[in-house]
Design a protein. Structure first.
Length: 317
């Protein structure tokens, strides 16, 4: 029988964290799921750990592939998913026992295409940081949940209706970092109803060795390429309230990363800064942007061309 939800877990060299992730899935109150683990060419003991768990639960599926990156692993999971819904979990994170149940319950209750849950940040010293958020639902212009910064663009911590991804051939860009930026706006654009829960049921482990904790020129170039791609979706400007705001803030994020790249030359930095400014040049600030949940301060700095100066001073570059 087809499971209600497919849990997709890409795995790469996380032997120290993988067991806690798997155990949190096993302990779910909601049982009608399949868990798809994609071993992305791990060179540590991650694969052996997965093999032992797959033997104990028929709902667990294990797929091994050559190391191809997070996007490729997620795409493999999407292609194998049989559930009505999909949720992504990073293999170094974990979830509360009612995570899946809360997502599915609210998806069915509101006929939602996307349901997101608030994350709790967990630092290496054990400190946990909870960020409060209220319940929110958007119908019709569901993507304004993302573009107005009422929700994050992370793929994890969300339920997504499988048909939205597969019917619209939406996949994560292979070979790119910060792949969620280049993917989630496409998913939200196809959604009719999005729901944001107040539950803090996803525990995101902040690690110094993770991709998001370091910056490189490639990181910046990948973000710029996503902004340029998003700019091509000109119809979204008229369709949604906060599209320009979203692009400006993404531009600020790319600009901020420029000043976090170690050993970057002035020439390299100037080229990237100019490219970012050109990418968001046509974006406008609207009065309604001040009603958005976040982002207006960064968007304004981009529009009045003060963002680069402030970031340069901040990072003493």
């Amino acid at each position: 029988m087809r499971p209600t939800i497919s849990i997709i877990i890409p795995v790469y060299n996380v032997q120290d964290y993988l067991t806690s992730c798997i155990e949190s899935i096993i302990k779910q109150d909601y049982k009608d799921y399949e868990a798809i683990f994609i071993n992305d060419g791990s060179t540590d003991d991650s694969l052996e750990i997965l093999k032992q768990y797959v033997k104990t639960d028929k709902r667990f599926k294990l797929i091994s592939q050559k190391n191809s990156g997070l996007s490729s692993a997620r795409n493999t999971g999407i292609n194998q998913a049989e559930g009505k819904y999909i949720t992504f979990i990073d293999s170094d994170d974990w979830i509360s026992k009612n995570y899946v149940g809360a997502l599915v319950y609210n998806a069915e209750k509101y006929d939602a295409d996307i349901v997101s849950i608030k994350e709790c940040l967990v630092y290496s010293n054990g400190k946990k940081v909870y960020k409060k958020q209220d319940f929110k639902i958007l119908k019709g212009k569901a993507a304004d949940m993302l573009f107005g910064f009422y929700d994050t663009n992370f793929a994890w911590g969300k339920l997504i209706k499988t048909s939205i991804i597969k019917d619209n051939n939406i996949y994560f860009p292979v070979g790119k970092n910060y792949e969620d930026i280049g993917t989630m706006y496409k998913i939200y654009d196809k959604a009719h109803c999005s729901v944001r829960l107040s539950n803090e049921n996803y525990f995101y482990r902040s690690r110094e060795s993770s991709i998001t904790a370091t910056r490189s020129i490639k990181d910046v170039k990948d973000k710029i390429s996503f902004i340029k791609e998003m700019r091509k979706y000109s119809s979204l400007r008229k369709k949604y309230n906060y599209w320009d705001l979203y692009l400006l803030v993404k531009g600020f994020g790319a600009l901020s990363d420029v000043y976090k790249v170690p050993n970057i030359t002035k020439k390299q930095r100037d080229v990237l800064v100019k490219e970012i400014k050109v990418a968001v040049k046509t974006c406008k600030i609207h009065l309604r942007d001040f009603r958005a949940a976040d982002g207006i301060d960064r968007a304004l700095l981009m529009k009045i061309n003060l963002a680069a100066l402030i970031l340069r001073i901040k990072h003493k570059g």
